[in-house]
Design a protein around this ligand. Structure first.
Ligand code: NAD
Length: 346
């Protein structure tokens, strides 16, 4: 199974290590170094099989190549997965990240990591004790810290550009925006959207979180099971992937989808389903690049804050270019974004 996956992958290399003390499979997947060293986060999760973990890392690494290229960054794409058999206690977790840091270090900079699902700035600090090839360590340790706020800012610019394309003006006054998932990114996006005068709807499986955000930001709470069918101008998926699929798309009552979640489309055909439904979709790997611009740009390219802010605004310009190309070429916005990114890699 693992062999078949590796043979059929279009990426450059897979580095595997089995960490015996914690029985964790480590997979570092380097998809492309054509534009520069591969960059991408490390995800920690329990999977049914090691093959499921490897497949996840491969898909995510390919998406990082597109994300870096679409953001016009001189980096390639990679991703790593630490497939733990069960949750680890703090001591085991620290030691796992120390050994994982050694593995990343052994690659000599071909792959530079950062946080992803279930990994934090604290984990990056541990990796950073063993290798310099890690972004988003804490600010006290010389890193750029949590990328969430920067991701939210990038999404906000992308959301406004998408509204401009769909409605003819980027003003959010009176527009209704549903933010699904009020975590690190979603809550900050919700704040910016509310500040811009939008009518905010919020939804989270953590009911306390949704209520607290709604009170603070004068928003309306939508139950998690009602989020897909909620009537709004913009649906911003900021929780999990796969919310756009054959079953959910016919239920959508929005004009624009623009949020930070990774892998929003369950399958590529969903991009065509959205197009057929007249819904403008902001490709996830374009709109959610703000954290990468902040961390890889700030830490590895030495960009000052003004440059990072400029590049965050450019996410909106890139999306407008993608929307125009999609219309001219008669393809989905997802396809147009992939074409733009692939042309840059080529
Ligand atoms: P997070 O874990 O901080 O927050 C996720 C939130 O979504 C939580 O409040 C959780 O309760 C809620 N949630 C989970 N499942 C839900 C569901 N089915 N319905 C409604 N709410 C649900 O995560 P985050 O860092 O804010 O990231 C959110 C998404 O954006 C993820 O898909 C992540 O991969 C992607 N992303 C994050 C960053 C970043 O910088 N953090 C960058 C790029 C992409």
């Amino acid at each position: 199974m693992l062999e078949g996956l590796i043979r059929s992958w279009d990426g450059e290399q897979v580095v595997t290590r089995f960490d015996r003390p914690t029985e964790t499979w480590m997979f570092v997947c380097i998809h492309s170094t054509d534009l520069g060293p591969a960059g991408g986060g490390t995800r920690l999760r329990t999977y049914e099989t090691p093959a499921d973990a490897l497949a996840d890392a491969m898909n995510l690494a390919g998406a990082m190549t597109l994300k870096m290229a679409a953001a016009d960054m001189p980096f390639g794409g990679g991703k790593a997965v630490l497939a733990v058999p069960a949750p680890l206690d703090a001591g085991d977790r620290r030691e796992l990240f120390e050994r994982y840091g050694d593995l990343v270090g052994s690659l000599g900079g071909t792959y530079q990591t950062g946080p992803d699902m279930n990994t934090s700035v604290t984990d990056m600090d541990v990796i950073g004790e063993r290798t310099p090839y890690v972004c988003c360590r804490s600010v006290e340790r010389g890193g750029s810290g949590d990328p969430g706020p920067a991701t939210a800012t990038g999404v906000f610019h992308g959301l406004r550009a998408s509204v401009a394309h769909a409605f003819g003006s980027d003003g959010l006054e009176g527009r209704s925006v549903l933010v699904q998932g009020l975590g690190d990114v979603g809550e900050r996006l919700a704040e910016q959207v509310a500040d811009a005068g939008a009518r905010l709807l919020v939804s989270d499986i953590d009911a306390g979180r949704a209520t607290a955000a709604a009170e603070r930001l004068h928003a309306v709470v939508v139950a998690p099971e009602d989020a897909i069918g909620a009537e709004c101008d913009v649906y911003a998926p900021c929780a999990v992937g796969g919310t756009l699929n054959a079953a959910s798309i016919p239920l959508l009552r929005c004009r624009v989808v623009a949020g930070c979640a990774n892998n929003q489309l369950a399958e590529p055909a969903d991009a065509d389903r959205l197009r057929a439904a007249g819904i403008l979709y902001a490709p996830d790997f374009v709109i959610n690049a703000g954290g990468v611009l902040h961390a890889w740009g700030g830490e590895l390219l030495g960009w000052p804050a003004e440059t990072i802010a400029e590049r965050h605004r450019a996410i909106g310009d890139t999306l407008l270019e993608i929307y125009e190309r999609a219309e001219t070429e008669g393809v989905s916005t997802h396809e147009a974004a992939e074409r733009l990114a692939r042309a840059r890699v080529a």
